[in-house]
Design a protein around this ligand. Structure first.
Ligand code: CA
Length: 405
């Protein structure tokens, strides 16, 4: 039913060895301009400023998620049996496209544009773009089916679980990939063991066999460590805070399109307008870097200073947001002429490596016990039990420029 490529295509990948493609529709999506755009967006936002090799892109991650979904639907016997041919193709495409709506600088930019990458993902798949046309040419209604898997609205819950749950292809790929490219070892875990112990319960629930519990414990710990060592690294957050302040300053000044130092693509963001898909297409990290380079010459001293800080990695330092020192530091900054609206940034993050029974619905990891019972992970693992009953770890910081005395 689905057209095959004339021969199997393989793409070399440091995490999975090879990415295998033998469906024409998958190959056409990979070669579309929207998918190629992901090469120009880094996977980890500002983390490359800390981990100098973390320059890997959303392009590689998206291919990796596709490959893991492909392996799950072809190589995990229970999943292979539970899904129709069409469902398999749909979920592979959903894996490939799940991050297509990501903008530059990852989540930092979502705060600037005030819209989530999920919203853009669904728009790009369904609003008559090149992606929509490739999917619809392959099979009428396919674009909606793919978008429904990504937004958890499809009829078969198993499909969405493969892409985003607690044990999903997205996390499986990004942990290994980000650990590899940052050079941190914490993110590694035994993927092969997890895949081997995956089963489908009742035709619609992904579960792990009891013998896979240790591999899953290790995976949960890997997430925990990667969050605190990489994703929430304070230096990366400092970079993202400056980015945020730069746009805040442009918004506050209400810059209009007569300013020769501002690239046109920034105007919809500054004006807080809904961004068109064609503008969004052009808004990648290469164009933003060009835009920031232009801003280093801006007559407004705050804009040019913040832009130079981004370009030359002259980052803000940081301190616990509850520190007694903060009042003194704020006064010092003011005395040195810093406008605290743009030179005092608060950022609070919190993360739990695994939250069962969350508000978003069934987000549990289920374990299939030898006696046939289905247990939620924290009831099958003492380590996970202690982890979820302990306090949530958070990190609240303020970021500000160093005052040289
Ligand atoms: Ca992802």
């Amino acid at each position: 039913m689905f057209e095959k490529t004339s021969e199997e295509k393989v793409l070399r990948d440091p995490i999975h060895g090879y990415i295998h493609v033998n469906l024409q529709v998958v190959w056409d999506i990979i070669n579309s301009s929207w998918f190629q755009r992901l090469r120009r967006i880094r996977q980890l936002g500002g983390a490359y400023i800390v981990y100098h090799c973390a320059e890997h892109s959303r392009f590689g991650h998206s291919l990796g998620v596709y490959e893991l979904v492909r392996r799950m639907v072809c190589e995990v016997p229970d999943i292979e049996k539970a899904l129709t041919e069409k469902e398999k193709v749909t979920v592979m495409l959903a894996g490939l496209l799940h991050d297509i709506g990501h903008g530059p600088y990852s989540h930092a930019f979502e705060g600037v544009t005030k819209s989530s990458h999920e919203t853009f993902t669904c728009r790009i798949i369904e609003e008559n773009t090149e992606i929509t046309r490739i999917l619809e040419n392959c099979c009428t209604g396919l674009s909606k089916d793919v978008a429904d898997v990504i937004s958890h609205e499809c009829m078969n819950p198993l499909l969405s679980q493969l892409i985003s749950s607690q044990l999903d292809a997205d996390r499986f790929d990004y942990l290994l990939r980000d650990a590899y490219f940052t050079g941190t070892k914490y993110g590694e875990y035994d993927l092969e063991r997890i895949l081997r112990t995956m089963r489908v319960y009742d035709g619609k629930q992904l579960v792990i066999k009891e013998s896979g519990v240790y591999a899953v414990e290790n995976y949960i710990m890997a997430r925990y460590h990667m969050y605190w060592q990489v994703y929430y690294h304070p230096v990366a957050r400092s970079y993202e805070a400056i980015l945020h302040m730069l746009f805040k300053r442009m918004k506050d000044l209400g810059l209009k399109d007569v300013d020769e130092h501002v690239i046109p693509l920034f105007y919809p963001i500054i004006a807080g307008k809904k961004i068109s898909l064609s503008d969004y297409f052009s808004l990648d990290e290469s164009t933003c870097e060009y835009g920031f380079a232009m801003l280093t010459k801006h007559p407004d001293p705050i804009i040019s200073d913040l832009a130079i800080r981004i370009r030359d990695r002259k980052l803000f330092t940081y301190q616990d947001s509850l520190s007694k020192e903060n009042k003194k530091i704020r006064n010092q900054l003011k005395e040195n002429g810093f406008d605290l609206r743009y030179y005092w940034a608060r950022d609070e993050v919190a993360q739990s490596p695994y939250v069962p029974y969350s508000a978003q619905g069934d987000n549990n990891i289920w374990v299939l016990m030898k006696d046939g019972r289905k247990l939620e992970m924290s009831n099958a693992s003492n380590i996970v039990y202690s982890l979820i009953h302990g306090p949530e770890k958070d990190d609240n910081k303020v970021f500000f420029p160093e005052v040289i005395e």
